[in-house]
Design a protein around this ligand. Structure first.
Ligand SMILES: Nc1nc2c(ncn2[C@@H]2O[C@H](COP(=O)(O)OP(=O)(O)OP(=O)(O)O)[C@@H](O)[C@H]2O)c(=O)[nH]1
Ligand SMILES: [Mg+2]
Length: 432
């Protein structure tokens, strides 16, 4: 039985209870009232009213907001970057591809700026979605990136600098061409994994076709900023590099295909067609900026957020309530986090085929001050169930949900095969 006593003692409990003192949100912090005479009080109340009115008026006129779509190929770190930008672990992240299955709208409101970031699924083939994930071509994992971009005021293209392919992927290129009226930035992620950061000097002109913000890139060490001083010898050979531009690459024989594909959202275009169209195109010359970041260490993220704040538009009222981190249904988000945890600890061929659902969501009451969440993981094979039981760390998932929901959570996972609980003996835990 999963919950045997000795197993519980071995700290691998599937039942997790963490006490958490709910923090008061700003709006709940009470006013500090200093003792005063009634006339003082009247005067101060009146003064406060005037000041408050003026403050409200000023802050309303100063309000700025920007909605950003984060797009890219799978596993480049879109969700991790989104989390860094909105300063919350709201998006599920895992080491496997296809963690994000639908758009996740997140927001951060600080002083006069509201940043709305829509994390989108990685751009994948319909065949892969059908065969490996088991979803229909109209599923959100296929269609949502287009939707994220449609509503965006800025597009953030995430590129993984450890990826061997030194080009902007043809699906991303299609989205950028089709939405060229929307400004975009290139975010080169995972720089913490680079041994030699001067590689970025070679990579940047390729991915940007030699142009950023409408200007030819001037490759000076100063442009790398925080990323370290660059040895000028690394600049050698850049002249030999073929830098492609938009016009150069859409050859006359592809113009017809170009026009045809620009009429359709990316998910409606054949993979092979966009590949053919952008086969010789390595970069996009219309990025307004390039950022080098690490979502793991947070390096470069503040600079990216500052840049986005400067692009924000004046608004009369916030688009989302100030305290709202996401508009996603909490049950769905919880399922996504459990699924990400499974992807993180299991082989893909098993993890993708597990079904997760919530069987209990019990709000706190007089007898229990925690929100009780019970999830069920349904495994096609008993062997998989045992592997899940050995590998999954429910306490980590519980902690993540607790900080996300900002309240005490009692989290439990039931692992089932053919409707029955999977039982793992103590010695089986040792065998992994
Ligand atoms: N070393 C390092 N790892 C990172 C960085 N950013 C993300 N990762 C890791 O890369 C993996 C994928 O990150 P995600 O944020 O899930 O990637 P994604 O692009 O959202 O992936 P999909 O949703 O599957 O398209 C995870 O294991 C992350 O921990 C980074 O800057 N440095
Ligand atoms: Mg993701």
């Amino acid at each position: 039985m999963i919950s045997s006593n000795s197993w519980l003692k071995s700290h691998r409990s599937f039942l997790l209870t963490i006490r958490y003192l709910r923090q008061r949100s700003k709006s709940q912090v009470p006013f500090h009232e200093s003792p005063s005479t009634s006339s003082d009080h009247e005067r101060s109340t009146r003064t406060n009213e005037t000041v408050d009115d003026r403050t409200i008026e000023e802050s309303t006129t100063k309000r700025k907001a920007l909605q950003v779509a984060v797009i890219g190929t799978p596993n480049v770190g879109k969700s991790a970057i989104t989390n860094c930008l909105v300063k919350s672990e709201v998006c599920p992240v895992s080491r496997l591809i296809d963690t994000t299955r639908s758009n996740l709208l997140t927001s951060l409101t600080e002083e006069d700026f509201q940043l709305v970031v829509v994390d989108s699924p990685g751009l994948i083939r319909v065949e892969h979605a059908k065969k490996d994930i088991g979803v229909h071509p109209t599923a959100s994992i296929i269609t949502d990136p287009d939707k994220a971009v449609e509503k965006a005021e800025h597009i953030v293209v995430v590129y993984d600098c450890t990826h061997p392919g030194r080009y902007i992927h043809h699906r991303v290129m299609h989205m950028l061409h089709r939405n060229s009226h929307i400004p975009s930035s290139l975010v080169i992620n995972k720089v913490d994994l680079l041994k030699d950061r001067s590689q970025l000097l070679h990579l940047t002109p390729i991915l940007t076709a030699g142009k950023v913000g409408g200007e030819a890139i001037a490759l000076k060490p100063a442009h790398i900023g925080k990323l370290g001083v660059v040895n000028p010898k690394h600049l050698k050979g850049l002249r030999e590099m073929r830098i492609h531009t938009k016009d150069e690459n859409i050859s006359p024989e592809l113009q017809g295909l170009y026009r045809e594909l620009m009429d359709k959202p990316t998910h409606k275009c054949n993979w092979s067609d966009t590949k053919r169209l952008f086969l010789n195109t390595l970069g996009w010359p219309n990025f307004d900026s390039v950022f080098y970041v690490s979502a793991l260490t947070g390096e470069g993220i503040d600079g990216l957020r500052d840049h986005l704040s400067k692009l924000a538009n004046t608004v009369n009222m916030w688009r989302y309530e100030e305290d709202i981190i996401t508009n996603k249904n909490m049950h769905d988000l919880c399922i996504e986090h459990v699924r990400a945890a499974l992807l993180d600890c299991l082989p893909g061929d098993i993890a993708y085929r597990l079904k997760v659902r919530i069987v209990e969501w019990m709000p706190p009451d007089d007898s229990n001050e925690s929100l009780r969440i019970v999830t069920e993981v349904d495994c096609e094979k008993a062997r998989w169930g045992k592997l899940v039981a050995r590998r999954v760390q429910p306490d980590e998932v519980g902690q993540r949900l607790q900080s996300l929901l900002n309240q005490p959570v009692m989290f439990q996972v039931h692992i089932k095969h053919k409707g029955k609980l999977v039982i793992v003996e103590d010695e089986e835990f040792e065998s992994d």
